[in-house]
Write a protein that binds this ligand. Structure first.
Ligand code: AP5
Ligand code: ZN
Length: 217
């Protein structure tokens, strides 16, 4: 299946995509992760995206679409994909149909993770990620078992994202409400929208999502 995870920064898209990846063998396609990798590698796209991401704005559609198109060209996507953080604009949503249709795929479900803005700031400010394996943690909501050591791989380099500052989070939330929230109606009119209350615990949200994936298979 092709799943779209919609939701503001901090809603839990990445956290839940990783759970679904592990449980169902689906592939997490995060445009945020792909862009951060491009920034690290210093590619042309990465150089163009860096300042926009650090300011909390949206990277241009043509850069995002070309990065995603490259990723969709890899053979593992036939196992089924979870789009995490894409589409984010009307133009991306339209382009997605073409990108998928060319590969004989279509969106099976678009899941809106619903949360309130205030909690997002708290979630984002406590977030850290293992540089070794990418596992995500939270100071209060998902701490590592031993301080400073990744549960998943034993790595000791836990990093915070460059765009996880208070000012940038406000800009990211604003971009979400202006550009991305309208896509909820877009997917609703296609009859593929489902809403999941993401104010609950990580485990409860995972359970709700797992039920959706099972029903799609
Ligand atoms: P991206 O990487 O997509 O970031 P985002 O949308 O801001 O989302 P986050 O990764 O911050 O949050 P999340 O929903 O994944 O939450 P998480 O699971 O980590 O994009 C970054 C930037 O790249 C954008 O600003 C833009 O510049 C650019 N970009 C990316 N895609 C683009 C596109 N398509 N077009 C244009 N530009 C694009 O959870 C957050 C924290 O909360 C974690 O610590 C987690 O442990 C904790 N947590 C999760 N769930 C719960 C829960 N239920 N209860 C308590 N804590 C929880
Ligand atoms: Zn790790």
């Amino acid at each position: 299946p092709v799943l779209v995870l919609l939701g503001p920064p901090g809603a839990g898209k990445g956290t839940q995509a990783r759970v679904l990846e592990e449980r169902f063998g689906l592939i997490q396609l995060s445009t945020g992760d792909l862009l951060r990798a491009a920034v690290r590698e210093g590619t042309q796209a990465g150089q163009a995206a860096k300042a926009v991401m650090e300011a909390g704005g949206l990277v241009s559609d043509d850069i995002v679409l070309s990065i995603l198109d490259d990723r969709l060209a890899q053979p593992d996507v036939t196992r089924g994909i979870i789009l995490d953080g894409f589409p984010r604009t009307g133009a991306q949503a339209e382009a997605l149909d073409g990108l998928l249709a060319r590969r004989g795929m279509a969106v099976g479900a678009a899941i809106a993770l619903t949360v309130d803005d205030e909690s997002m700031v708290e979630r984002i400010s406590g977030r850290h990620t293992c540089a070794g394996c990418g596992e995500g943690y939270h100071d209060s909501f998902k701490p590592t078992a031993a301080p400073g050591i990744c549960d998943a791989c034993g790595g000791t380099e836990l990093t915070r994202r460059a765009d996880d500052t208070a000012e940038t989070v406000a800009a990211r939330l604003q971009a979400y409400h202006a550009e991305t929230a309208p896509l909820i109606d877009h997917f609703e009119s296609r009859g593929v929208l489902l809403r999941v209350d993401a104010m609950r615990s990580i485990a409860d949200v995972s359970m709700a999502l797992a039920a959706i994936v099972r029903a799609l298979k």
